[in-house]
Structure formats: structure tokens, C-alpha cells
Design a protein around this ligand. Structure first.
Ligand SMILES: Cc1cc2nc3c(=O)[nH]c(=O)nc-3n(C[C@H](O)[C@H](O)[C@H](O)COP(=O)(O)O)c2cc1C
Length: 353
């Protein structure tokens, strides 16, 4: 494959576009910016790189505060406008609805689903055209409607704008490519060629300590043909029972696989809850055991789970781990609303410590 020299410029093809806000001479001013990112996790430090000629830096120096606002795609026109005109000549204070937080002088945008207020740390780095300002994030504000059921931010609902500098166009989010800090585990080193080595490197577990968790469960013996139906019915029965009792789930549905006698599988199906629950009818109070365990985050159809469990067992055996009880599968998303290839399952093997 031939490489072509194309000159010296910032080669990052796409960056999220934000609106940097600062109060200049007592009025909110917002500018579009792409040179923005985090530089430290704790305390949360971000940087913004601003051209020396802009109006916004005056406000940052004046108040030692600024804000970062992440606009949704439906505000692309207003966002671009804030990048086209300067507060030096045009009042940009009424394009959006401004609100203030704990710092009181960092203007934030009501219409942006994600905003944060920052205290300028006093640290800056000067280049010929731009100055990098560092800010400590004091508070992040999220619009209620972009929170998912698990109260975590749903980035698809936030629908941020991305700037493709090479094309000079705005774009929105594309395909979901799988979980970060995880898909890389599927990498097969180039020198490994045997089929067994490939299997081992694809299916390797994380060894972690897990806390024990109370649960309401239904235990039964079931043939492989009736397994899927039994899981669905039992999860439904447990959740209905818990609803009637006023118990809120403290985790996601799971199945524990005990012995298989060649004909039927001994399984326990349930949902975790906080301590203080009571069983009833065929629903028992049980416990997901804590302690040392091997876990694997599997993405794909439930049909392949037996195959994955077999490969993981092989990996555990090869690496000298001894399984000490039932194997747990925790179902991380809803099979009713998720395509089979995107289903996520956490597979947990309790281990001898
Ligand atoms: C897509 C886009 C990205 C931009 N990124 C930056 C940036 O990272 N830093 C910067 O100094 N200016 C950036 N600008 C330019 C400023 O937003 C623009 O010059 C603005 O008018 C400055 O406003 P002000 O003078 O009111 O501060 C960008 C503009 C656009 C349209």
C-alpha cells in the first residue's frame, strides 16, 4: 500500500464541536471550538485552545471561569453561527438561554444536553496563534431526557455534532463498534497461528473480586429445548413478584447453571435485590456468591453462549483456575429490543481462591 505525503496539519479527521462560554464585560459570549479535550481524570482537567484574537479569552481572564457546552445536532446552525461571528462586533448573548451554576460567572447553555462549568486553573500555554487554557471541571449538568433507564447518559439521545475538518463538514455519530477497553481483547497476535491459540486469546477472562448479592430466584431442572422459555417465564415471574412486594431490582437478570445430567440442566433464574427481601411460592431468597471470579463480557447471540462457555472453560483450565460453583450469566440488555448480534452477556465463573 503506497503512502502519499500531504503536508503538515492536524490530521485528526473528526472532533466533537462544543460551545465555549465566558462572561465578557458582564455578558455571556459563546464561540464554537474543536480544540477541546480532557487532560487529567482526577481532578477533571480540560483544555481549550483559543485564538488570541478572539473575544472569549477576555472573559476567561476576567472571571477565571468558562463553560463547555455540547450542542445537539438540531442546534448546528446556531453553533456554526457562534463560530462565524465574534462577540467583539455582534452580541451573541441571546442566541441561547443562559444559566449559571456554582461558579456563578461561567455562562452555560440551557439548550445543550451536556454542559459543564470550569474554573480556569491559571495555567496556559502560548503558541503563535493560539493559547491553551486549562480548566478544572467543577460541575457537569445533563438534561434529564438524555438519561437512560440506568440513569446513565444516552449519547445517542444527546446527538452531539462532530466536525470533520478534512471535509469541512458537520456529521453525527455513526455505527456502534462495541465496548471500549474491551473489543481489543479479541486481538490475535500475528505470530499465533494454531487454532487453539486463537481460541485462547479471543476468550480470556478478567479475574476480579465480586461482592455477594442477595437475589430472588426460581430453581428448576429443564431440558435444553425448554431452557429459553423457562428463563423468560421465570424472570417475568420474579419481576412481577418483586413489583407486587415493592422491591426495586439492584441488578440485572441472571441464570446460574449447576449440573447437567445429560438430559436436564439444573438452573437457578433470578434478579438481584437489596438485603431485606422475602421469598414466596416457588420464589426463594438466594445469593449470588461473592469472592474471586473470572468474568467475560460476551457480545453476540444467546445461541452461541454454550460454545463461548466451552471456550472459556478451556481457557480457565489452561491457565490453572479451578471453578468452584455454578456458572452465572448476567444479561446486560433486553433481548426483546436488541438485535441478537448486539446482545451483551457477562459470564461469571466463581473460582477457588
Ligand atoms: C467548527 C468550528 C470550530 C472552531 N474551533 C475553534 C477552536 O478550537 N479554537 C478557536 O480559537 N476558534 C475556533 N473556531 C473559531 C471561533 O469559533 C470563531 O472565530 C468565533 O467567532 C470566535 O468568537 P469570539 O470572538 O466571540 O470569541 C471554530 C469555528 C468553527 C466553525
Amino acid at each position: 500500500m503506497g503512502k502519499v505525503k500531504t503536508g503538515a496539519y492536524n490530521p485528526l479527521p473528526v472532533v466533537p464541536i462544543v460551545l465555549v462560554g465566558a462572561n465578557v464585560k458582564g455578558k455571556p459570549n459563546y464561540m464554537a471550538a474543536g480544540f477541546v479535550n480532557g487532560v487529567n481524570v482526577k481532578p477533571a482537567i480540560v483544555y481549550i485552545s483559543l485564538n488570541k484574537k478572539h473575544y472569549t479569552p477576555q472573559g476567561i481572564i476576567e472571571n477565571s471561569t468558562f463553560s463547555i457546552n455540547v450542542p445537539s445536532a438540531n442546534y448546528v446552525i446556531e453553533t456554526d453561527y457562534c463560530g462565524l461571528v465574534s462577540g467583539k462586533n455582534i452580541d451573541k448573548s441571546n442566541i441561547f438561554t443562559t444559566f449559571y451554576g456554582e461558579l456563578e460567572t461561567a455562562p452555560m447553555i440551557e439548550e445543550c444536553p451536556i454542559t459543564c462549568e470550569c474554573r480556569y486553573t491559571g495555567q496556559k500555554v502560548e503558541f503563535d496563534m493560539d493559547t491553551i487554557y486549562f480548566g478544572e471541571v467543577i460541575q457537569v449538568y445533563i438534561n434529564e431526557e438524555i438519561l437512560g433507564e440506568d440513569r446513565r447518559m444516552d449519547i445517542l439521545k444527546a446527538n452531539p455534532i462532530y466536525y470533520s475538518s478534512i471535509e469541512n463538514r458537520y456529521r453525527t455519530l455513526g455505527k456502534d463498534m462495541g465496548p471500549a477497553w474491551h473489543v481489543g481483547k479479541q486481538y490475535i497476535p500475528k505470530q499465533t497461528t494454531t487454532k487453539q491459540a486463537a481460541t485462547e486469546s479471543k476468550y480470556h477472562c478478567d479475574i476480579i473480586e465480586r461482592p455477594a448479592q442477595p437475589a430472588l430466584t426460581i430453581r428448576s431442572r429443564v431440558s435444553s429445548i425448554a431452557l429459553a422459555r423457562m428463563i423468560g417465564e421465570s424472570i417475568f415471574a420474579v419481576s412481577q413478584y418483586a413489583k407486587d412486594k415493592g422491591y426495586a431490582p439492584a441488578g440485572l437478570p441472571f441464570v446460574a447453571y449447576y449440573d447437567f445430567d445429560g438430559r436436564e440442566q439444573d438452573i437457578e433464574i433470578g434478579i438481584p435485590f437489596k438485603p431485606g427481601i422475602e421469598g414466596g411460592n416457588n420464589i426463594k431468597v438466594s445469593e449470588i456468591p461473592g469472592g474471586k471470579s473470572a468474568t467475560y463480557h460476551y457480545i453476540g447471540s444467546y445461541e452461541k453462549l454454550p460454545e463461548v462457555r466451552a471456550a472459556l472453560k478451556q481457557w480457565l483450565d489452561t491457565n490453572g483456575y479451578t471453578i468452584s460453583g455454578a456458572i452465572y450469566e448476567i444479561y446486560l440488555n433486553d433481548p426483546q429490543t436488541t438485535a441478537p448480534e448486539n446482545l451483551e452477556t457477562e459470564i461469571v465463573y466463581p473460582l477457588l481462591s
